[in-house]
Design a binder for this molecule. Structure first.
Ligand code: PBG
Length: 334
């Protein structure tokens, strides 16, 4: 018995047919553009390892935000570079902190643009860790433990102050255990119970954050983040992390980084019904930019393929430094 050749190519013969049978489509509604805000005035400073990404002072924010709104991107994710740092990251939860001020400014200019606030302490602490640390000396080296439960109160204060400043979504990225429950309770008790939590549920201890740490000046001064961020070797652990966040009241789940963790996106999509977010992180951006500058790859084609891969793997939302570029390419069409 012989079978006829299955003619898969019938559905690939023209752009029109390919368009009709396409399973995954990127739209501008998928994207979130991260923005770094800094103190000072007149600042638009390019981050050397992230060409095309800048630090903006508040007075220069409008131009950037206007472009984002005109491109139709629905949301921005804010990171702040504070004026001063201390051991508990006080400027993360100061009423006039940089993220709080930037949020107020953006919401007053463009009330419909969603502001997502990254809730973490690492940009604001002098030791660069995401929570409070207990330091001690061992063999002449400074060591430290990040104190989980002691850190929760500061993270709650940060989230509440961000929400009160007008942030539409709180995105805690600190990876302390119990952070979703604590922040949910804090938001509910402080009159901002309408604000959803986009939890960085599954956040790996990744070398792909390298350029971000230059951008946010948040490299840990001792040790690393492996005691609170996940081991890239683990997949089942991602299910446990996500499950606890669901039980604690997360409204959206995130996987970060994206490219080396597409299997995790797929697993979470299959196991949970909450909206799923992929974070296409700084190192993923810088690699593409560097290769494109050398003329080694076609940037637009590569980025489109990466973003499609994240969506195909199950992401509903993609946080990406390419958001503006991708929005422009979608608008230009073929
Ligand atoms: C804060 C935070 C980090 C990133 C987002 N939020 C850095 C880290 O954990 O070191 C990384 C984002 C990126 O690399 O683009 N905790």
């Amino acid at each position: 018995m012989t079978f006829p050749i299955v003619r898969h190519r019938r559905l690939r013969q023209s752009a029109a047919i390919r368009g009709m049978v396409r399973e995954t489509v990127l739209t501008v509604d998928d994207f979130v553009q991260p923005i770094f805000v800094a103190y000072g005035s007149g600042i638009k400073k390019e981050i050397s390892s992230m060409p095309g990404v800048f630090h903006f002072s508040l007075d220069n924010l409008e131009e950037e935000v206007k472009e984002i709104v005109e491109l139709g991107i629905p949301a921005v994710l804010l990171f702040g570079i504070p004026e001063s740092k201390d051991s508990v990251g006080s400027s993360a939860f100061a009423e006039n902190g940089i993220v709080q001020e930037a949020t107020r400014k953006i919401k007053s200019l463009y009330p419909d643009l969603l502001v997502i606030a990254d809730t973490c302490l690492c940009e604001f602490t002098d030791h660069g860790h995401c929570g409070m640390v207990h330091t001690f000396e061992r063999d002449g080296h400074v060591c430290g433990d990040v104190m989980n439960d002691e850190s929760l109160g500061l993270l709650v204060r940060t989230a509440v102050s961000q929400a009160k400043a007008g942030a539409d979504i709180i995105a805690p990225s600190n990876m302390m255990d119990g952070f979703v429950q604590a922040i949910r309770a804090g938001l509910d008790e402080n009159g901002v119970s309408h604000v959803p939590i986009m939890s960085y549920s599954v956040k790996y201890a990744s070398a792909f954050y390298g350029p971000f740490r230059e951008a946010a000046d948040s490299a840990p001064q001792f040790g690393d983040r492996k005691t609170y961020q996940m081991d890239p070797a683990n997949a089942r652990e991602a299910l446990r992390e996500a499950e606890s966040d669901v039980l604690e009241g997360a409204d959206m789940l995130m996987v970060k980084p994206a490219l080396a963790f597409m299997d995790i996106l797929r697993m979470l999509r299959d196991q949970f019904d909450l909206p799923l977010v992929a974070y296409n992180v700084s190192g993923e951006y810088s690699m593409v930019k560097a290769a494109a500058r050398q003329g080694w790859i076609n940037e637009r084609a590569i980025v489109t393929e990466m973003l499609l891969g994240m969506k195909r793997a199950g992401a509903d939302i993609i946080i990406t430094y390419f958001a503006k570029d991708a929005a422009r390419w979608l608008r230009e069409g073929k």
